[in-house]
Design a protein around this ligand. Structure first.
Ligand code: HEM
Length: 152
């Protein structure tokens, strides 16, 4: 069932459609979490960050397992009308960005929480938080466009 064509009407399997939809809504979830900080509801702000990052890690694990079990890029790129080398370079750039973003975001969530609890949240948190949001947005957009390149 997970590897049957999904609900988006493309040739992509169900697990990829689910992951793609999640990465479409992820930047909006982050914006929602930031809106709590703007309203000075800091507890909701950091709890929502922990929830979003936990869900994201689960989705990434499902996504990675699905890729490994279903044949991954090698299989999907065969049906794409785009050049293999172009797709490969695009994929590598996306992977580097995704790994950096996920690592830094996780680091930022934990260090911010620790500093906040110690009453020592740095002044630059606001600015760094905006950069983290931009990194997440860019990662989502490159992931979504990769889906388009492969399956549409
Ligand atoms: C989970 C640990 C976190 C804690 C304890 C925390 C706490 C806070 C606090 C206390 C503020 C207000 C600071 C100020 O006004 O100078 C704030 C603002 C902000 N936080 Fe966080 N934060 C956390 C994680 C994050 C993450 C992961 C992001 C980005 C993805 C983020 C993005 C922001 C942004 C953009 C603002 C500024 C909102 C505004 O414009 O007023 N925060 N956070």
């Amino acid at each position: 069932m997970f590897f049957e064509p999904g609900f988006l009407g493309t040739a992509a399997p169900l697990y990829l459609d689910l992951a793609t939809c999640y990465f479409f809504i992820l930047p909006f979830l982050i914006l929602y979490s930031i809106s709590y900080a703007i309203k000075k509801q800091y507890k909701k702000h950091f709890i929502s960050q922990f929830i979003i990052i936990a869900i994201t890690l689960v989705v990434v694990v499902i996504f990675e397992l699905g890729l490994r079990l279903d044949g991954g890029f090698g299989k999907y790129s065969q049906d794409s009308s785009y050049d293999y080398v172009f797709l490969l370079i695009y994929l590598l750039a996306h992977i580097v960005l995704a790994v950096l973003t996920l690592s830094y975001w996780t680091y930022f969530v934990f260090t911010s929480y620790k500093a906040y609890k110690a009453g020592d949240l740095e002044k630059k948190h606001k600015q760094k938080g905006r950069y983290v949001f931009l990194l997440i947005l860019l990662t989502s957009l490159t992931g979504l466009s990769f889906y388009v390149l492969l399956f549409i």
